[in-house]
Write a protein that binds this ligand. Structure first.
Ligand SMILES: Cc1cc2nc3c(=O)[nH]c(=O)nc-3n(C[C@H](O)[C@H](O)[C@H](O)COP(=O)(O)OP(=O)(O)OC[C@H]3O[C@@H](n4cnc5c(N)ncnc54)[C@H](O)[C@@H]3O)c2cc1C
Ligand SMILES: *[C@@H]1O[C@H](CO)[C@@H](O)[C@H](O)[C@H]1NC(C)=O
Ligand SMILES: *[C@@H]1O[C@H](CO)[C@@H](O)[C@H](O)[C@H]1NC(C)=O
Ligand SMILES: *[C@@H]1O[C@H](CO)[C@@H](O)[C@H](O)[C@H]1NC(C)=O
Ligand SMILES: *[C@@H]1O[C@H](CO)[C@@H](O)[C@H](O)[C@H]1NC(C)=O
Ligand SMILES: *[C@@H]1O[C@H](CO)[C@@H](O)[C@H](O)[C@H]1NC(C)=O
Ligand SMILES: *[C@@H]1O[C@H](CO)[C@@H](O)[C@H](O)[C@H]1NC(C)=O
Length: 494
């Protein structure tokens, strides 16, 4: 259980240096300027907001208050006020921006002291008349949007498990069931309503502020608070897929390594197929298997036969479902919350089965040496990278179908195990990366939404993209509000 502090506002008691605004007085002034949207420690809204972060790292931060705006105008009032001369003392007052709260690491979407802006009250959904655009509020959660689009036979490209926010997911890229056909979720966003550091509300699209439009496709929380996303919709009926797990044996590892290598072979490319090779370790043992998704209503399509013909699964949920049902089902298989959890990401060109097997063996060996850590889970996910159409800031080549994302996550219960667990995680990834480098398959791209704070996703986009992001930041945020005032997440000038 995560302890939630009682009603006493401890942070009010912290003495402040002269000239620096008391954190809690930001909250009180905000409360008077935008009444009814501020909640404090001990309030049920505050407690519910805090307890709904995915990891304990984020739940362990206690803002002086949580601000839940309901409109761009309220967000604008907030930014005008924190950026005003009255308050733009040095250092700038700090705050955090929170979407679905699914980033694993500390401080990405929450903050100790000061204000967390929880965007989730902004969850409206409207369809354009031609049904090609779904406009969603800046704090929308994809698993709330999907069921509302199902009756229209439409979907948007969002998270594949419940609870993922449009804010973090799309500004970091976005890997969805349709990503092999249409690219990252961010490739498919027509426009953004953004509140800039000075409180101006602007619309960024291909024809207006297109520099900012492009920067928001991969640039995370560095440019403004996004209050509306105009997402491309896609016709969608039943899809097919689910989770299949097997006992972990050498012959299963061999078969999966071969099947995945073949799946990623450009000759076998099928744009309707998005999948994961799943390796799980808990203290009780190892598991191997797949998440298989097919966006068309076709049972057991050819592209997955090498997987689905493997005998004797211990779990199989393969079936037809709508997108909403598929997301619920995938979520039911993952932990709905974690205490301490850290992930490291990398990417590479498709390899042969031998290399995949070696990657898995590296993971297996290290899992054995971590065995016994309380609450241990070590997951190794291998998944196809979206086939980007290039309309983003990620610095990737459009149309490549054989890039792979490797993701290793370690989760456990107690801070006392931090150093051992994190060392183990780093050992796995160091060895895997070294193997891929030796095989000349390693790629520099680090997918931001899967990256740890110790990694540098923006540098991995390449000089040109990073320079563009920096220029846009200087243009739209000259006072560096979103660099220094919003310390959480990935920062451009860090
Ligand atoms: C269980 C699980 C499953 C996942 N599955 C997938 C998946 O299928 N595909 C995939 O691509 N990724 C997946 N992810 C990764 C996920 O996309 C990222 O964690 C993403 O950043 C989550 O966005 P969020 O809004 O929920 O998170 P938050 O932590 O709330 O936000 C992430 C960052 O975005 C910023 N931000 C949020 N909203 C706004 C806004 N309106 N304006 C400006 N900045 C904002 C925050 O400040 C923060 O730094 C998964 C993660 C988990 C934990
Ligand atoms: C945040 O505050 C809590 C409670 O005061 C404290 O335990 C924790 O260490 C702080 N975290 C950071 C990152 O400062
Ligand atoms: C959605 O598709 C179903 C099945 O094809 C069809 O019966 C229904 O009329 C469609 N609904 C809309 C709103 O197009
Ligand atoms: C990428 O997809 C978006 C949305 O479908 C589209 O507007 C854009 O033109 C595409 N870009 C390219 C380069 O094809
Ligand atoms: C999987 O392993 C368990 C535990 O060792 C065993 O009971 C079960 O029979 C195995 N299942 C298959 C399909 O091999
Ligand atoms: C697999 O790929 C590696 C690296 O390119 C190469 O050294 C090895 O010979 C290949 N193995 C097989 C069986 O093709
Ligand atoms: C707000 O900032 C933007 C981007 O820097 C600028 O274009 C605009 O003029 C500013 N608005 C005001 C009212 O200062």
């Amino acid at each position: 259980m995560i302890p939630i502090p009682g009603p006493v506002r401890l942070l009010k008691l912290i003495p402040l240096a002269a000239g620096v605004l008391a954190d809690s007085s930001i909250c009180d002034v905000l409360n008077s300027r935008v009444p009814g949207r501020v909640s404090y420690s001990g309030d049920s809204i505050y407690t519910a907001s805090l307890s709904s972060y995915y990891t304990g790292y984020e739940r362990d931060l206690y803002p002086s208050c949580i601000f839940r705006p309901t409109s761009a105008a309220e967000v604008s009032k907030f930014l005008q006020f924190v950026g005003s001369d009255e308050y733009s003392t040095s250092p700038l007052p700090q705050f955090a921006i929170r979407g679905g709260g699914h980033t694993l690491f500390t401080g990405a979407a929450n903050i100790n002291g000061s204000v967390t802006v929880d965007m989730r009250s902004m969850n409206s959904l409207t369809l354009s008349e031609d049904r090609k655009i779904a406009s969603v509020g800046g704090g929308s959660i994809f698993s709330d949007i999907y069921p509302r689009l199902v009756p229209h036979n439409l979907t948007v490209m969002g998270g594949r498990v419940p609870g993922i926010g449009v804010g973090g997911f799309t500004t970091g890229g976005g890997l969805n069931f349709l990503s092999r056909e249409h690219g990252f979720s961010c490739d498919n966003i027509y426009g953004y309503e953004v509140v800039l550091a000075n409180g101006s509300v602007i619309y960024a699209s291909a024809s207006s502020h297109s520099d900012l439009w492009l920067a928001l496709k991969g640039g995370s929380n560095n440019f403004g608070i996004i209050t509306r996303f105009d997402l491309a919709t896609f016709p969608q009926q039943q899809m097919w897929g689910g989770i299949v797990l097997y006992n972990y044996t050498d012959s299963q590892v061999d078969a999966q390594a071969q099947a995945f290598s073949n799946f990623m072979d450009t000759a076998n490319f099928d744009s309707a197929a998005d999948m994961d090779l799943i390796l799980n370790f808990e203290n009780s043992g190892f598991e191997i298997g797949n998440a298989l998704f097919y966006s068309k209503p076709v049972a057991n399509p050819e592209v997955y036969r090498e997987f689905t013909s493997l005998p004797s699964p211990i779990i199989s949920t393969l079936s037809f479902n709508d997108v909403s049902g598929m997301v619920t089902q995938f979520g039911a298989y993952l932990p709905s919350t974690l205490n301490r959890a850290t992930e490291l990401v990398y990417s590479f060109k498709n390899a042969n089965a031998t290399i995949y097997k070696q990657l898995i063996k590296i993971w297996e060996n290290e899992c054995n040496s971590l065995r016994g850590i309380d609450g241990l889970e070590v997951q190794f996910l291998v998944q196809p990278q979206p086939v980007t159409n290039g309309t983003n800031s990620l610095g990737l080549t459009a149309g490549e179908t054989d890039n792979v994302i490797g993701l290793v996550t370690v989760a456990y219960n107690n801070a006392a195990d931090d150093s051992e667990a994190l060392k183990g995680l780093q050992n796995i990834v160091n060895q895997q990366v070294a193997l891929l480098q030796k095989a000349k398959l390693y790629l520099p791209f680090k997918y931001l939404n899967y990256a740890d704070q110790s990694q540098s996703p923006f540098s991995s986009y390449g000089e040109r993209s990073k320079a563009h992001l920096e220029t846009v930041s200087e243009r739209y945020d000259p006072k560096k509000m979103f660099q220094e005032g919003v310390p959480g997440g990935f920062k451009l000038f860090a």
